[in-house]
Design a protein around this ligand. Structure first.
Ligand code: XLS
Ligand code: CA
Ligand code: CA
Length: 438
């Protein structure tokens, strides 16, 4: 059965096309900076937003109209698998990502949840074999069920901690079975609401212990996925421990876990942390920790995590600039952790939204590649820091300078070098020129 009858396979028609159901920029076979677009992106569908969510918000119930609405329980879960693969096929999305609870009902016990997962994973595995679609990553949802009210790996309740471990264990087994290329940890409730009731030290130690146990178990079962932590500063918890890239990297280094992890960075989480997305990518890249991307965007006028489909070409360009400078994303990819707006309730909107996101990233990639080819920022930056390439600057960089040697230099230097303009406005105008021209 077809779940999206009104939509046929989407193909690339070029940027003069007026067909809403066509790619204008995303041309999977087009080679940019030495790789095809398909290889650059590894675009992935987020199961939770596309198959499971229905448009509800804190003020209203679901609005989405879906061909599987009349079903329940395992029948619903099975229909969603079929719909997922139909959508990925029609949109030419090679990858997908899911939480355990997105694909199968939890039932009334952990045993039942495991059994339901096995049933659905069988089906997913069959579909993957038939279609060649791949798993970018899976993860355990340890934030929706009421048992996680105090957190999962940072809960005050040891039995809940054990339940979280059981979910992760199963998640790793599923990832291994489906050939998942990455495995994600997002700590939605790993943080605190008030320090008045919180043993922060114990919570963070326990979080590190959980990560270590996951590393050990993955090794034991031969699951070679890249482990990813996804930072987010808040929401649902007031303060989350994996606040941003820098905080997460420091945490991993403190506990000696950094070799085992990279970061899955999400655009809307960056802005919630008061950063740009490219700031987060840069911090990860500098530390060799750029793993994968959750592509979306927030709204400038709304303070929460709106998970909108990315349509901002400026941001997409700077994002792809970092990705290219990183030499790509390795095992990672670009996952659309994005949802259609509540009023975009028709099934067709799922297609139009993904097309918008894929085209935006494709255009961003092309502009970024051209900027790098022309060394627009590199040459400027090289020149800006050229005083560190010779004389006293070179001594500083080589680690040969001391406060005393610098003071002596400053005292004897009657004609200090003049500062030069940072030319920010010109650089931004040049970026605009590239976006408009490419
Ligand atoms: C929520 C997160 C979540 C993770 C996976 O804000 O983005 O969906 O990507 O648990
Ligand atoms: Ca995410
Ligand atoms: Ca989000």
């Amino acid at each position: 059965m077809a779940y999206f009858e009104s939509v046929s396979k989407i193909s690339y028609e070029g940027n003069n096309s007026t067909n809403p159901y066509a790619f204008k920029w995303y041309n999977p076979d087009e080679v940019v900076a030495g790789k095809t677009m398909a290889e650059h992106f590894k675009f992935s569908m987020a199961y939770w937003h596309t198959l499971t969510a229905g448009g509800s918000d804190p003020f209203g119930v679901n609005t989405a109209v879906r061909a599987w609405d009349h079903l329940n329980g395992l029948d619903l879960a099975k229909a969603r698998v079929e719909a997922a693969f139909e959508l990925m096929d029609k949109l030419n999305l090679p990858y997908f990502a899911f939480h355990d609870v997105d694909i199968a009902p939890e039932g009334s016990s952990l045993k039942e949840f495991y059994a339901n997962l096995d049933t659905i994973v069988d089906l997913i595995e069959e579909q993957m074999k038939a279609t060649g679609k791949k798993l970018l990553w899976n993860t355990a949802n340890m934030f929706t069920n009421p048992r996680y009210m105090h957190g999962a790996a940072t809960t005050c309740n040891a039995d809940v901690y054990a339940h979280a471990a059981a979910q992760i264990k199963k998640g790793l087994e599923i990832g291994k079975r489906l050939g998942g290329e990455n495995y994600v940890f997002w700590g939605g409730r790993e943080g605190y609401e008030t320090l008045l009731n919180t043993d922060m030290q114990l919570e963070q130690d326990n979080l590190a212990r959980m990560f270590q146990m996951a590393i050990d178990y993955a090794r034991e079962i031969g699951f070679e996925a890249q482990f990813l932590i996804e930072p987010k500063p808040k929401e649902p918890t007031k303060h989350q421990y994996d606040f941003d890239a820098a905080t997460t990297i420091a945490f991993l280094q403190k506990y000696g876990l950094d070799k085992h992890f990279k970061l899955n960075l999400e655009a809307n989480h960056a802005t919630l942390a008061g950063h740009t997305f490219n700031h987060e990518l840069r911090v990860a890249r500098m530390n060799g920790m750029l793993g994968s991307l959750d592509a979306n965007q927030g709204d400038m006028l709304i303070g929460w995590d709106t998970d909108e489909f990315p349509v901002d070409i400026y941001d997409a360009t700077l994002t792809m600039y970092e990705v290219l400078q990183n030499g790509g994303l390795g095992k990672g990819g670009v996952n659309f952790d994005a949802k259609v707006r509540r009023a975009s309730f028709e099934p067709e909107d799922l297609f139009l939204a993904h097309i918008a996101g894929m085209d935006t990233y494709a255009k961003g990639l092309k502009v970024a590649a051209k900027l790098i080819e022309d060394r627009v920022f590199e040459d400027f930056i090289d020149k800006r820091y050229s005083s560190f390439k010779e004389g006293i600057g070179q001594e500083i960089v080589a680690g040969k300078a001391t406060l005393a040697s610098l003071a002596e230099y400053a005292l004897n230097n009657d004609t200090p070098r003049k500062n030069e303009s940072g030319r920010q406005e010109w650089l931004k105008a040049t970026l605009n020129q590239y976006i408009l021209a490419e």
